[in-house]
Design a protein around this ligand. Structure first.
Ligand code: SAM
Ligand code: SF4
Length: 331
């Protein structure tokens, strides 16, 4: 295990079709009640336990992590109260204008911002909310002004939805120093109407982009890095591709995940997790929790994406599996 993602909340101000479709997560959907969520003190304590196993990087995510009250304070608590050296954040950017500077001041190392289109109509259609593109672009500017660099811009490409805008995204982010990363639409959870036909492979995107802007591969930054890194040959910067559907990387996966209610999950496509919150609230010591984490991690056998690749009917096979939803795992 090398890194840990913590989903701070199952709530979100967006309803991205590929994550929390509005028709499923409507007005009456019951999200976790507040007492079920890990408190900031519990999160910090768990970070400390994970750091005693050698974990040095934590990513805060969600749901929308900036919806949790006082997320910058949590960043500060983790940085000052544990051995964790890098706290990073994945956000939809809509509230970043308000929090960017505070996050920086509390010691956040990096920020990744999700953005699926530069066309406001397509953007709203994909995010299923009334929040428009200017708020997110403003959030990116605010993060940049606060000193975050480089900023990663994550774009999930769904065939027939935002694929026409891929080159616009490329052109907008070339030369900015931000690293645009295209993510293959994944069959996380069971409620996002995933089908293989909607996935645009990284290979297809690379071929398409290269016609206009030739690319060359860059070496991995570290073993287990999920994005394939490329450079524009004309020196316009870096671009990345995350291909977990067409090029599964289970074998090198070193990532653990914590759900908002404190379940440790060992795979993005897992059906369940192991509660760390319950033993903690029942009085377990740090050593007990460490033992529990070590046991879960050493017994893991997950290789979902590799298994999916071996199927002839991917859609049926995927739909029949029970899986935790994306907003509980944080991507
Ligand atoms: N709300 C924050 C955001 O959107 O950045 C953080 C949580 S979100 C679950 C984390 C990342 O997962 C986002 O970049 C999002 O685009 C990506 N994501 C969500 N559902 C996905 C799916 N089905 N396939 C691929 N990526 C997905
Ligand atoms: Fe919210 Fe992020 Fe999921 Fe979109 S991808 S619904 S912004 S949690």
């Amino acid at each position: 295990m090398q890194d840990l993602r913590i989903s701070l909340t199952d709530r979100c101000n967006f309803r991205c079709q590929y994550c929390m479709p509005a028709e499923v997560f409507g007005e009456h959907y019951e999200f976790l009640p507040k007492p079920a969520l890990l408190t900031f003190e519990e999160i910090t304590r768990l970070c400390s336990v994970f750091s005693s196993m050698g974990i040095r990087k934590i990513r805060l995510t969600g749901g929308e992590p900036l919806l949790r009250k006082n997320t910058p304070k949590l960043v500060g608590m983790i940085r000052s109260g544990t051995q964790i050296e890098e706290v990073t954040l994945t956000t939809n950017g809509a509230m970043l204008r308000r929090y960017a500077m505070e996050l920086k001041n509390q010691g956040l190392s990096r920020v990744s911002i999700s953005l699926d289109s530069l066309n406001d109509d397509v953007f709203r259609e994909m995010n299923g909310s009334s929040i428009g593109l200017p708020d997110v672009l403003d959030g990116i500017d605010a993060a940049s002004a606060a000193g975050f660099h480089p900023i990663k811009i994550n774009c999930v490409v769904v065939r027939g939805k935002n694929d026409q805008g891929v080159l616009d995204m490329v052109e907008h982010f070339r030369h900015t120093g931000h690293v645009l990363r295209f993510i293959e639409f994944m069959d996380v959870g069971t409620r996002n109407n995933w089908e293989m036909e909607s996935v645009i492979s990284s290979e297809e995107l690379i071929s398409m982009i290269s016609v206009k802007y030739p690319l060359e591969p860059l070496p991995q930054n570290y073993l287990g890095e999920v994005a394939g890194r490329y450079a524009y040959k004309d020196g316009a910067g870096e671009i990345g591709f995350i291909s977990s559907v067409t090029q599964p990387f289970c074998v090198n996966c070193t990532r653990a995940r914590l759900t908002p209610d404190g379940r440790l999950v060992t795979c993005l496509f897992a059906a369940s997790g192991t509660s760390l919150r319950d033993p903690m609230r029942a009085g377990a010591s740090d050593e007990d929790i460490l033992e529990l984490i070590r046991g879960v991690w050493s017994r893991r056998t997950d290789r979902y994406s590799e298994e999916r690749s071996a199927q002839t009917n991917l859609n049926e096979w995927s739909a029949a599996r029970s899986k935790i939803e994306m907003y509980q795992l944080g991507g």
